[in-house]
Ligand binder design. Structure first.
Ligand SMILES: *Cc1c(COP(=O)(O)O)cnc(C)c1O
Length: 399
C-alpha cells in the first residue's frame, strides 16, 4: 500500500495517530480507500455504523429529509425528534429524552441533570458524582474529569471538581458511595475504551440497590454499548437493574452525529426551559437518521440474529484461544469484543489492515473487534480465517 500522505504539515490538528489510509466510500461492512483498496470494517467507525456503512433504509429516509429541512432550532417542534424520543422511551425503562450531538455532550447533560436533581430534592450538599477507574466518558472539560484515567487528564489540570473515582467491579468500595455527598454514579456496562471490561452483574445489582435505597441516581453510559451493540437494544436489559439515566450517541444515527440523554420522568423534570440546550441537538436531519436507525434495530428478528452471529464469533474466538498461547482472554458481549493478547496489539492491527480488515485497540494489549451488527456469516468467517493466518505467522516468528 502506498503511503500517499505527504510529509508537509497538515492543516488538521494532530489529535489522532492516523493510519496512512484515506477512506472515500463505504457500503455495508466494507470501506474503500482512494486507491480503491477494499477493507472489511470491523471497527464500525468505532461502534457507530452499527447497521453498516450507508445502510439503505436510513439512507433513503435521510435523503428525503435532505430535500425538506435540515435545521430549524429547538425553538420549534421537530416531528422526527418527537418520534425518536417516543421510540427511545417505548423501547426502554426511561421516559424522556434530551438530544445533543455526541457522547461527551450526552454525559455532560447527565451530569448537569444529576446536580440539578440533587438541588431540586433539597439535597444541595450532594455535589459529587462517582465514576470508576479505567472508565471513559468523553473529552470535554467535565467528561474528561469524569473519566477516571490519568493519561486523559495529563496536561489539563485544574480538572472540573465533583468527581470521585472508585475501583470498577469492587464490592468493598461500594459502601463509600453513600457518604451523603453523592448525587449520582456514572458507569459503563462494558468499559469500552478502558480495555473491553464487562461489569460484574452482581456488583451492578448491588450498586443499583445502594442507589435506590439512598436516592442516588444510577446513570449508565451506554454510548458504546447501546443501540444493539451487545445483542439487545441497550446493554442494561441483560442485567437486573433499572437505571435512572442512560446516555447514547455512537450507534444512534448510523454515523450522522447525534447524542441523547434518557431519564426517568421524575429526574427529567429537573430540566426546564433555560436549564440546558443545544443548537443542533436532535435537528431534523440527525433526528431522521435516528428514527430510521431505531426502526431498523427494533425490527422483528434483527437483534436475535445479532445474538446468534455474535455467539458464533465468540465460540470461534474461544477455540482459537485454546490453540494459541498469545490469546490471554476473550471477553465482551455481542459485537463488542475484546481479545487480550500477551503482547502489544499495534503490530496486530497493522497485520489485519494489510490483509484488508480494520480492527481497533482498547489499551495497549487488547484488540477490540466491533463488527457492524449487519455483518454476514461469510464476513465473520473471513475474519476468523484471517486471524488464524496472522496467529500462525506470528507463532512462527516469536517463541
Ligand atoms: C465514545 C464514548 C464517549 C464519548 O463519545 P464522543 O461522541 O466521542 O463524545 C463517551 N462514553 C463512552 C462509553 C464512549 O465509548
Amino acid at each position: 500500500m502506498s503511503n500517499s500522505i505527504s510529509e508537509k504539515k497538515r492543516a488538521t490538528m494532530n489529535t489522532y495517530n492516523r493510519f496512512p489510509v484515506r477512506m472515500v466510500r463505504g457500503k455495508g461492512s466494507k470501506v474503500w480507500d482512494e486507491q480503491d483498496n477494499q477493507y472489511l470494517d470491523y471497527t464500525s467507525g468505532i461502534a457507530t455504523c452499527n447497521l453498516g456503512h450507508v445502510p439503505d433504509y436510513v439512507h433513503g429516509q435521510v435523503k428525503e429529509q435532505l430535500d425538506l429541512l435540515w435545521h430549524c432550532s429547538n425553538l420549534y417542534e421537530i416531528p422526527n425528534q418527537e418520534k425518536l424520543s417516543e421510540l427511545l422511551s417505548i423501547n426502554s425503562v426511561l421516559d424522556q429524552v434530551f438530544f445533543c450531538n455526541s457522547g461527551a455532550e450526552a454525559n455532560e447533560a447527565a451530569i448537569k441533570l444529576a446536580k440539578k436533581y440533587a438541588k431540586d430534592q433539597g439535597n444541595s450538599e450532594r455535589t459529587e458524582i462517582v465514576t470508576f477507574k479505567q472508565s471513559f466518558h468523553g473529552r470535554t472539560g467535565t467528561t474528561m474529569a469524569a473519566t477516571a484515567q490519568e493519561k486523559i487528564h495529563q496536561g489539563f489540570t485544574p480538572l472540573t471538581p465533583g468527581f470521585r473515582y472508585l475501583p470498577f467491579n469492587d464490592f468493598n468500595s461500594l459502601k463509600e458511595i453513600n457518604d451523603g455527598k453523592t448525587t449520582a454514579v456514572l458507569v459503563e456496562i462494558i468499559q469500552g475504551e478502558g480495555g473491553v471490561r464487562p461489569v460484574n452483574s452482581d456488583w451492578l445489582k448491588e450498586l443499583d440497590k445502594i442507589c435506590k435505597d439512598n436516592d442516588i441516581l444510577l446513570m449508565l453510559d451506554e454510548v458504546q454499548t447501546g443501540i444493539g451493540r451487545t445483542g439487545t437494544l441497550f446493554a442494561y436489559e441483560q442485567y437486573d437493574v433499572e437505571p435512572d439515566v442512560i446516555t447514547l450517541a455512537k450507534g444512534l444515527g448510523s454515523g450522522v452525529p447525534i447524542g441523547a440523554t434518557l431519564a426517568k420522568e421524575n429526574v427529567a423534570a429537573s430540566f426546564q426551559p433555560g436549564s440546558h440546550g443545544s443548537t443542533f441537538g436532535g435537528n431534523p436531519l440527525a433526528a431522521t437518521a435516528g428514527v430510521a436507525t431505531m426502526e431498523n434495530m427494533v425490527q422483528e428478528g434483527f437483534l436475535e440474529e445479532v445474538q446468534e452471529k455474535s455467539s458464533w464469533l465468540n465460540e470461534e474466538l474461544l477455540q482459537l484461544q485454546k490453540s494459541y498461547e498469545v490469546i490471554e482472554e476473550v471477553r465482551g458481549n455481542g459485537f463488542l469484543i475484546g481479545i487480550e493478547l500477551s503482547e502489544q496489539v499495534g503490530t496486530w492491527i497493522n497485520k489485519f489492515r494489510e490483509k484488508g480488515i480494520l480492527v481497533l485497540a482498547a489499551g495497549v494489549n487488547v484488540l477490540r473487534i466491533l463488527p457492524p451488527l449487519t455483518t454476514t456469516k461469510e464476513e465473520l468467517n473471513r475474519f476468523i480465517m484471517t486471524f488464524k493466518e496472522i496467529l500462525s505467522e506470528t507463532e512462527g516468528t516469536t517463541s
